[in-house]
Design a protein around this ligand. Structure first.
Ligand SMILES: Nc1ncnc2c1ncn2[C@@H]1O[C@H](COP(=O)(O)OP(=O)(O)OP(=O)(O)O)[C@@H](O)[C@H]1O
Length: 542
């Protein structure tokens, strides 16, 4: 996606408007310039006695065209900004888990602020167009008055522009560095916010995150930004003082070189003064264009990364699918295969049957969570086949089937809004019954604003609420990652000896990571992972 393509997709009429505005503005500029010069030289106007009317007409035409265009631009600007923001979020929500992990949250925030920068594109385009048209008209007028003098001034201005662009290129590189620093800064900020408790209780950590990361980063960014500002100031001053140089050439050199008359000289000087404002506008807006290009490049890069393994756009939730068996045949998944130390999960032949309670066990780093990620299609398998009721599933179908699984992660996040559209009303008897069963009676309270359950609960209580909500989703498969880890002994006992059997009686299939060997007998099967492989798959017959 480049800048021009961005416009094409947002508004087909943009270019038509741009051409109309360009024409009106060149007509107005040239007209006004000629009127002034004719008045200065005491010559006859083309419009004779309607001179004043023509002058006023030009200004009115310019006023209304610009007004109409500005309104159109305001609309277009907002459309571009908000739809870009939404399209970034759209890509994130359809991205694969791996590309999401690689991206990191801080880059998402940076991309959203980049989208805001892009919202200025139409305004900048119009300003540059106006300035360029005025410049071209003025130069054309100079050529008409004296060809050689016009050429001399054009060469002079091109030379000065090249110096300006060369310096601007150096500034662009510095700006890129500032943006990289900003990404790192957002990352440190995220760590400060997410890990606030750990940072608050350790002075060393507290000092280090501030001194070694945030402070150093901001200092570097400040130095670079100050350098950029200094270079901009020098550039702008060169721009302004170049005019004196050009005026000097006109006043002192042109009469000697080309024998131009006093009236021609006056016309030249007026025209040059007329060009000053558009050129300074160009000087102001070219750096903005640079910033926009950088923002666009970064959004494009993020876009490319998120496209990897992206899911097809989700339009409506698929119906839950019950099943008899889910089978993995020669399935393997590897984290970042390019890296030296990479972990591979391998499932030569593994089957889950409806109604089973399967415990997934094994040491730290043996591959239990990776297995859950593959099972729930968070990670896309590299090789092998997945069969649902002896029907092979594509990656997309597997992703859809994950909708039939209610998952409680070890670091489960309880949403503040009721995205699952649960019936949380007091009249819901089944819900009240489950609140009772999961020992949440008298613990849960509702947020007045959202009507959702408050998430200000202890870790164990949060997990019990998450389990209850997972059950409310009414899906055939329940996946639990170390669910019992935060429970007190009584709730843990209830989980293994009462709640899991209850779920089984309800016809649910349960896949649960567990470290509680005292309760392994509750499961129908215990599968043990080691180095990414299932080293034992024990069926327990009670
Ligand atoms: N995002 C990742 N990128 C690269 N390697 C990873 C990633 N996540 C996990 N791993 C590696 O994969 C291996 C298996 O990790 P996994 O989280 O599946 O283990 P686990 O059995 O769930 O461990 P634990 O009991 O500690 O939770 C580990 O060696 C880990 O270093």
């Amino acid at each position: 996606m480049n800048l021009l393509k961005l416009f094409q997709t947002r508004s087909r009429t943009f270019y038509v408007f741009l051409v109309i505005l360009g024409m009106v503005s060149s007509l107005t500029n040239l007209g006004i310039l000629m009127q002034i010069n004719i008045a200065l030289g005491g010559g006859a106007s083309y419009f004779g006695k309607y001179n004043v009317l023509a002058f006023a007409g030009l200004i009115v035409l310019s006023f209304f065209t610009t007004l109409y265009f500005q309104k159109y631009m305001a609309e277009l600007t907002n459309n571009i900004m908000y739809s870009l923001e939404l399209s970034i979020i759209e890509k994130v929500r359809n991205a694969s888990y791996e590309s999401f992990e690689k991206m990191g949250g801080s880059r998402l925030y940076a991309a959203v602020s980049d989208a805001r920068v892009l919202g200025r594109v139409p305004e900048i385009f119009v300003a540059i167009l106006n300035a360029a048209v005025t410049l071209i008209c003025s130069l054309g007028y100079l050529y008409w008055i004296s060809l050689w003098a016009g050429i001399t001034i054009t060469l002079l201005m091109v030379g000065l522009l090249l110096v300006y662009l060369y310096r601007n290129n150096i500034i662009e590189k510095d700006l890129n560095k500032v943006r990289d620093l900003q990404d790192n800064y957002y990352n440190s900020l995220r760590e400060l916010l997410v890990g606030f408790k750990q940072i608050r209780v350790s002075t060393l950590r507290n000092l280090n995150i501030f001194n070694k990361f945030i402070f150093t980063n901001r200092n570097k960014a400040k130095e670079l930004s100050m350098g950029v500002s200094r270079k901009y100031i020098v550039n702008e001053l060169i721009g302004v003082y170049s005019w004196y140089f050009v005026l000097g050439v006109i006043i002192f050199l042109l009469p000697v070189l080309f024998h131009i008359s006093l009236i021609q000289l006056a016309v030249f000087i007026t025209t040059i003064l007329f060009m000053m404002s558009p050129v300074s506008q160009l000087i102001v807006y070219i750096p903005s264009l640079t910033g926009i290009r950088i923002a666009l490049e970064r959004i494009n890069r993020l876009d490319g990364e998120l496209k990897v393994d992206a899911l097809p756009a989700i339009i409506a939730p698929p119906p839950f699918r019950d099943f008899t068996s889910l089978r993995f045949e020669n399935v393997s998944y590897m984290y970042s295969p390019d890296e030296k130390r990479s972990f591979e999960l391998h499932l030569p032949d593994f089957r889950i049957s409806k109604g089973e309670i399967i415990f997934v066990v094994g040491g730290n780093g043996s591959g239990k969570t990776t297995f859950i990620n593959v099972l729930t299609a968070l990670c896309r398998v590299d090789t092998g086949k997945v069969w649902l009721d002896e029907q092979e599933l594509s990656w997309e179908e597997m992703s859809l089937f994950s909708n039939s699984m209610a998952v409680v992660y070890s670091d489960h996040y309880l949403f503040t809004e009721n995205y699952d559209e649960h019936d949380l009303s007091d009249e819901n008897e089944l819900l009240q019954e489950r609140i009772e069963i999961f020992n949440l009676n008298g613990i849960l309270s509702k947020e007045a604003k959202t009507g959702n359950f408050s998430t200000k609960l202890s870790k164990g209580q949060q997990k019990r609420l998450a389990l209850m909500l997972a059950l409310t989703e009414d899906k055939p498969i329940i996946v639990l990652d170390e669910w019992a880890a935060e429970q007190d002994p009584e709730n843990r006992r209830l989980f293994y000896l009462e709640w899991l059997p209850m779920l089984k009686r309800m016809g649910k299939t349960i896949i649960a990571i567990s470290h509680d060997d005292d309760f392994f007998h509750v499961a129908d099967r215990v599968i043990r992972f080691n180095y990414g492989k299932i080293v034992s798959d024990t069926e327990l017959v009670l």
